[in-house]
Design a binder for this molecule. Structure first.
Ligand code: PEP
Ligand code: MN
Length: 363
């Protein structure tokens, strides 16, 4: 598909690493929204999430506060300086979310399953610069997920990211939804730039397991986490079992981020040495090329004047010199000897076969 490379990851670079999105499963009332936002404002969270339209299993359950909830979110944004994110599941949701300038729109797992829904949402966002996060479909159908991403790209929507929220798999016991880490990482092969977030709340369905899955996601190189928080999780009107308090979130994140910071420092130092080695190796190759050019010239002269190609005394003198240098530098003499034996072999071969080495260096 054309335009895959246009998927933009600049949007995520504007946030801290990893990007943390948090807030209640559902916006329930103004006080709840403002209290949670106030507590999150003190932590690492940069984006406040809340569900406004809730896709519930059965009718009669709490289905969200709709436009009223959006107004509470806007208040929270002004007061606590957090960006906003909510789920949209049709074009009317998109219209309202844009009216209230919600910064990030996410597509829920149930919507990603349905190409008609995705098409409708994508059409209503044509050419949009908004950040759109696409959760995986409920079922482990990666192609369906890819299809959803492509429906956005086709409408020139490039500020996108994906959220791994686990898959509903028959007999999945450990968690509410089975994480499929390797399958999800395969999406990076298809969309190399796409930022990947993890939603440990919907994967685990269990407030006690948020830490273990969050840690795993960060270790897999995920760009961010979306974690549900509530000021009174037990009383939450949706997803009560999996929500944690903002204080618990801070504890979890400090453990993960502290480790990450240490790792980052270590990785930076490693990279300095790696780059250095790469440069040295490249130089060795260039020097070898020059060496072969010189030995080629020697070969020409030897052949012209019928001199011996192999001049043992010179070779021995050189070998002794290398040994001396190895002693000074405290280098393994045998190793250096082996390397030079190979180089000499090649030089002799070039001279004996009267092969002319191509002196050109392609620019
Ligand atoms: C949610 O984020 O509250 C939600 C409904 O998520 P999902 O679509 O992953 O079930
Ligand atoms: Mn939820």
């Amino acid at each position: 598909m054309k335009n895959i490379k246009k998927i933009n990851n600049n949007w995520i670079k504007k946030f801290s690493y990893p990007l943390i999105i948090s807030g209640p499963c559902s916006a329930e009332n103004e006080k709840q929204v403002l209290n949670i936002a106030k507590d999150l404002n003190k932590s690492y969270v940069e984006v406040f999430r809340a569900g406004i339209w809730k896709p519930r299993t059965k009718p009669g359950m709490f289905e969200g506060k709709e436009e009223e909830g959006l107004k509470w979110m806007v208040k929270a944004k002004k007061k606590y300086n957090l960006l906003l994110a909510t789920e949209v599941a049709n074009k009317n949701h998109v219209k309202l979310a844009l009216k209230y300038k919600i910064d990030i729109l996410w597509i829920g797992a149930r919507s990603t399953c349905n190409p008609f829904t995705i098409q409708e949402i994508s059409d209503s966002l044509k050419n949009s610069k908004n950040i759109i996060l696409i959760k995986n479909p409920l079922n482990l159908d990666i192609e369906l997920w890819i299809g959803a991403i492509e429906r956005f790209i086709k409408n020139n929507i490039y500020n996108i990211g994906i959220i791994h929220r686990g898959f509903s798999i028959y007999k999945s016991k450990k968690y509410r939804n089975q994480p499929c880490w390797l399958e999800v990482l395969k999406l990076k092969e298809k969309f190399p730039n796409i930022p990947i977030l993890c939603d440990p709340s919907h994967i685990t369905g269990d407030s006690n397991k948020i830490y273990e899955v969050s840690k795993k996601a960060i270790n897999f190189g995920y760009d961010g986490l979306m974690i549900e928080t509530h000021n009174n999780p037990k009383k939450a009107l949706s997803d009560a079992n999996q929500q944690i308090t903002p204080t618990q979130l801070t504890e979890i994140l400090s453990k993960i981020l502290l480790k990450k910071k240490i790792q980052k420092k270590y990785i930076n130092t490693l990279n300095i040495y790696r780059n250095n080695i790469n440069e040295i190796d490249e130089n060795i190759i260039y020097l070898l090329k020059n060496r072969f050019i010189s030995s080629n010239k020697i070969g020409e002269i030897k052949n012209k004047y019928n001199l011996n190609i192999i001049q043992k005394d010179i070779m021995l003198k050189q070998k002794n010199k290398y040994k001396e240098i190895c002693k000074i530098l405290n280098l393994d003499e045998l190793l250096i000897q082996k390397i030079f034996d190979e180089i000499h072999k090649k030089s002799i071969e070039l001279q004996l076969n009267k092969k002319k080495i191509n002196t050109k260096i392609k620019k």
